[in-house]
Each structure stands twice: as C-alpha cells, then as structure tokens.
Design a protein around this ligand. Structure first.
Ligand code: NAP
Length: 252
C-alpha cells in the first residue's frame, strides 16, 4: 500500500471550523500537512482547531472568508500562500443546507445554496488550479452529498448544488488529469453535525430508519475517505465520487 505522502503539503479546508471539515483538518495535520482552517463566522471554533493541531506539534492557521465571495476567496488564498505556502491540497467542504419543500424555495434560498455550495467550489478551485498545473501537483476533494445523486422531494436547491459539485468534479477531473492535478468527490449520507440542527427529530428518525445500516455517520468516517482521495493510495483516481451513506444510495 502506498503511503499518504501528505507530509509538509499545504492544505486548505473550507469550512474547517466544524463538522466534517474539522475532522478533515485534524486528519490532514496528523498526516503531516500544514493546514489552513477556513471559516465564515465561528472564530472560536476555527481557533480551537488550530490550537488542537498546534498542541499536537503541527502547523495551522485560521482564515476567515466567505467562499461565495470572489474577493474574499482571493484574499484567503493570498493569506495561505504567504503564511504556509502555495495551496497544494484543497478540500472544498464549506456548505449550507435547508430542509425545505419545493414551495419554500424562493430565489433567495436557491441562490444561497448555489452560491455557497457550488460557486464556492468553483471560486476556490479556480483560484488555485492554474498554479497547481504549473507546479505539476494538486489534490482536490469536493464534499458533495447523496442528495446530488438521488431524487429528493425536500431540499431541491441543495440537491441541485450537490449534483453540480459532482458534475464539476467529473468534468474538471478529466480536463486537468494530465497535469497530475487530481480532483475527486465524496458524497456523504446523513452525518452527525450541526448542519442538521434545523431538521426535526421525526424526519431524522425516518432517514436513519430507512438507512440500510440503521445509523447516522460520523465526520471522521468521511474524513477517512477524503484523506484516501488526497493521498497516493488513490493515485489512479480522478473525476470520481465515492459514496458513504450506510448503504442509503448505491451507484449503478
Ligand atoms: P457544519 O457542521 O454545519 O459545518 C459547516 C462549515 O462550513 C462550518 O465550518 C462553517 O463555518 C462553514 N461555512 C458555511 N458557509 C460558509 C461560507 N459561505 N464560507 C466559508 N465557510 C462556510 O456542516 P457539515 O455537516 O460538516 O457539512 C460539511 C459539508 O458536508 C457541506 O458541504 C455539506 O453540504 C456536506 N454534507 C453534510 C452532510 C451531513 O449530513 N452532515 C451530508 C452530506 C453532505 P462557521 O463555523 O464559521 O460557521
């Protein structure tokens, strides 16, 4: 088995302050990467991740930026480059979610989902990919969702944004494959994080009850896959989406 080969790499995790992104930051640091922990508003959570990495002997910085803002993304990439070096590893994890039916999806909700979840991926990737191509090395993982693979009566805008992330991963993965810039995605099912705070308990119980493994997933179970896709253990993979959903969605 190949080693992870992430030592001393500069990694940026968007939405690294909490949930799945936080687990990715901690696992990347444990693999020896220098980690930039992006967040939008929760300074204390981001600082806690940085402190945890530093107390384990690693190197990390917190960087505040709204991934849906082109200006803020550019500033963030500049900050990371200055403090840790050019971004070599990127995890596009920042995301928002609304558990709403179709008749509660006005343009404002639609735009917010698309702006953060899809355009946010576009902006961060486009801010680093040309440099990755020039350097002949880049590893990108986008966090999609099974909502982007299967029909969903609820959260339609969210589902569309995640289908877009999967499509972006496929198309760009193929477009830049020859430059040793690999881009893959993970599509999680239900994972126990604060993003589910607005989902009522009855709906959560229904979702868990109809999950073949009959349980909710953990952030670390997604971070394990992210690390695999970033590492040389997946050296012949690009443009792919791995599903981790307790069996809830299976690819054909
Ligand atoms: P979470 O616990 O709510 O964390 C969301 C993270 O995203 C936080 O770090 C937050 O920063 C950051 N964020 C939100 N909007 C941002 C923006 N505009 N710019 C920069 N950062 C922003 O959510 P999670 O469950 O870990 O979700 C992570 C990813 O997994 C999302 O893309 C989500 O769609 C996907 N996912 C989650 C599940 C699930 O069941 N949990 C399932 C499938 C896919 P602050 O801390 O500053 O607020």
């Amino acid at each position: 088995m190949n080693e992870l080969e992430l030592q001393n790499r500069t990694a940026l995790v968007t939405g690294g302050s909490r949930g799945i992104g936080r687990s990715c930051c901690l696992q990347l640091a444990a693999a020896g990467a220098k980690v930039a922990v992006n967040f939008i508003s929760n300074d204390s959570a981001a600082r806690e991740v940085v402190e945890q990495i530093e107390s384990g002997g690693g190197q990390a910085i917190a960087c505040k930026a709204d991934v849906s803002s082109p200006e803020q993304v550019q500033m963030m990439i500049g900050q990371v480059e200055k403090q840790l070096g050019p971004v070599e590893v990127l995890v596009n994890n920042a995301g928002v979610f609304d558990f709403v039916p179709h008749d509660q999806t006005p343009l404002k909700v639609w735009k917010r989902m698309l702006d953060v979840n899809l355009t946010g991926c576009y902006l961060t990737i486009w801010a680093v990919k040309d440099d990755m191509i020039r350097r002949g090395f880049g590893r990108i993982v986008n966090i999609a969702s099974i909502a982007g693979l299967a029909p969903r009566p609820m959260s339609i805008a969210y589902s569309v944004s995640k289908a877009g992330v999967i499509s972006l991963t496929k198309s760009l993965g193929v477009a830049i494959a020859e430059h040793n810039v690999r881009i893959n995605a993970v599509a999680p099912g239900l994972i126990d994080t604060e993003i589910l705070a607005d989902v009522d308990q009855g709906s959560l119980d229904d979702l868990i009850g109809t999950t073949p493994m009959k349980r909710i997933g953990k952030s670390d179970e997604i971070a394990d896959l992210v690390l695999f896709l970033l590492s040389e253990r997946s050296s012949f993979m690009t443009g792919q989406t791995l599903v981790a959903s307790g069996g809830r969605v299976t690819l054909p």
